[in-house]
Ligand binder design. Structure first.
Ligand SMILES: O=P(O)(O)OC[C@H]1O[C@H](OP(=O)(O)OP(=O)(O)O)[C@H](O)[C@@H]1O
Ligand SMILES: O=c1[nH]c(=O)c2nc[nH]c2[nH]1
Length: 193
């Protein structure tokens, strides 16, 4: 998606440790017009699929998933929580995920009320790196008996391999920008096309 690639080139910075910082528009300050355009792109890509629910993971996927839902007939957006809470009651689907930016394991929890057999789920997230977050969400869908219809990602770091493994496993992964390489020394970012 040209608009997203241009924003990454203009405002993104490359940090050591394979970190691309795009918090000016994607995952700290949020550009909702861009999010809306991203939702329209995914709606075009997944047009042939029936989607009954969007599932994401806190925190950074939530805003993007909510904007995307407007392009999928206002389907409910469910976000997996990364901490137990007194506000979480009843039976839950749970797994654990290693967080790329926080560098530790988190529980990943969805109430059984909000993910059901018969749901046709679109997974949405801001980043795809090693694929840990998505593998956790897929596991929750499997536990629930829900079908994963596709995966919409804003920025995939292709060189980390998580996306290609998911594609090899048969998932329809639509990443709007795939970073093929990035260099913290020079700041150069190259995209896969
Ligand atoms: O493919 P992976 O290696 O799993 O990396 C991608 C995940 O990493 C980030 O989550 P993180 O927990 O780092 O931060 P967040 O709380 O801002 O969403 C991002 O939001 C994705 O969910
Ligand atoms: O802001 C971010 N930059 C990244 O490079 C990344 N990888 C996973 N999650 C990420 N979030």
């Amino acid at each position: 998606m040209q608009e997203l690639e241009e924003r990454i080139q203009a405002e993104g910075t490359v940090k050591p440790g394979n970190v691309l910082k795009v918090d000016a528009f994607l995952n700290h300050q949020c550009d909702v017009r861009l999010f809306d355009h991203m939702g329209a792109e995914w709606a075009r890509h997944f047009a042939g699929k029936t989607i009954t629910k969007i599932l994401t993971i806190e925190a950074s996927g939530i805003g993007i998933a909510c904007c995307a839902a407007r392009h999928f007939g206002d389907v409910p957006v469910v976000f997996a929580k990364k901490a137990q809470s007194i506000n979480l009651d009843g039976d839950q689907y749970t797994t654990t995920v290693y967080s790329f930016t926080k560098q530790k394991e988190f529980p990943v929890i969805v109430s059984k009320k909000y993910l059901n057999p018969g749901d046709h789920v679109l997974l949405i997230d801001d980043f795809l790196a090693n694929g840990k977050a998505l593998r956790g969400l897929i596991e929750l869908c499997e536990e629930a008996g829900a079908v994963v219809e596709g995966i919409g990602i804003a920025v995939e770091k292709g060189f980390q391999g998580g996306g290609d493994q998911l594609r090899a496993d048969g998932y329809d992964v639509d990443s709007l920008a795939i970073v093929e390489s990035m260099d913290p020394e020079t700041g150069k970012i190259e995209f896969r096309h």
